[in-house]
Ligand binder design. Structure first.
Ligand code: DCP
Length: 230
């Protein structure tokens, strides 16, 4: 469609004629993004970029992710500034393969997580303004384009159960309300599409199902996922 053509043209201009397709996997915390990436890594020759969570848990011996969950009003800006940098590094890293699959994107970092901190009153307006200025500058000057968004759509309850099961130390503090807020922001952004720019067409996967059913959906949508320009 015309919108997709426009994305593709802009990207070609920015990359000096080189095409690289980028698929970003989006969804709530513990919605199954890593499993999705692992599945496609095993069954295709895509380049797969997992989220730099290890970096967020250890920067020169500090753990900004843990600090954010302990006191988000104090440490939200610290974590999100670092996340914005690490996601930018992922988007701009030179590619070995013509097609890349990423866990989340700089877009969801801003439109979901920074937005949530701000809306819930945990991030002062000045912090939000600084991050937004950085983000806007990046959007205008650097190619962070995405060609397809795969949205792993879950209920917050499913994520809560999966979160309890995996037991990541920092995430023990996450209450159900937090997952609900993150869920609603995803829905506004990717389904209602009335909050922020959606950088690419969205393919929805029903990710509440058990793993075999989810894998079946990946198989059914394989062609669509792997040929985002078609
Ligand atoms: N996080 C955050 N701000 C962001 C991105 C992530 O605070 N901009 C936090 C939320 C989680 C942790 O980082 O505590 C990792 O979140 P993800 O949902 O991105 O990754 P998961 O490993 O939880 O995903 P999945 O279980 O779907 O593979």
């Amino acid at each position: 469609d015309s919108c997709q053509t426009c994305f593709a043209q802009r990207k070609l201009q920015k990359n000096g004629g080189e095409t690289k397709s980028v698929i970003s996997i989006e969804g709530n915390i513990a919605s199954g993004k890593t499993t999705c990436l692992e599945y496609f890594a095993k069954t295709t020759n895509l380049e797969v970029l997992e989220e730099p969570v290890a970096k967020w848990r250890n920067i020169r011996g500090h753990n900004p992710l843990g600090l954010m969950y302990q006191d988000s009003a104090r440490w939200g800006i610290t974590l999100q500034t670092y996340i914005q940098l690490t996601m930018l590094e992922r988007h701009t890293r030179s590619s070995r393969s013509p097609m890349r699959m990423m866990e989340r994107s700089i877009h969801s970092a801003k439109y979901i997580f920074v937005e949530n901190l701000y809306r819930s009153g945990k991030m002062p307006e000045v912090d939000y303004a600084v991050l937004t200025e950085w983000f806007n500058w990046i959007v205008e000057n650097i190619d962070i384009s995405v060609d397809l968004i795969v949205y792993l759509r879950t209920s917050p309850e499913t994520c809560y159960k999966r979160l309890k099961k995996r037991c990541r130390e920092e995430e023990k503090l996450i209450p159900m309300e937090y997952l609900e807020a993150i869920h609603h922001l995803h829905e506004e952004w990717l389904i209602q599409q009335n909050s922020f720019p959606v950088p690419a067409p969205v393919l929805v996967i029903k990710a509440d199902n058990d793993l075999p059913k989810i894998i079946q959906q990946y198989e059914e949508n394989r062609t669509r996922i792997l040929t985002p320009f078609n």
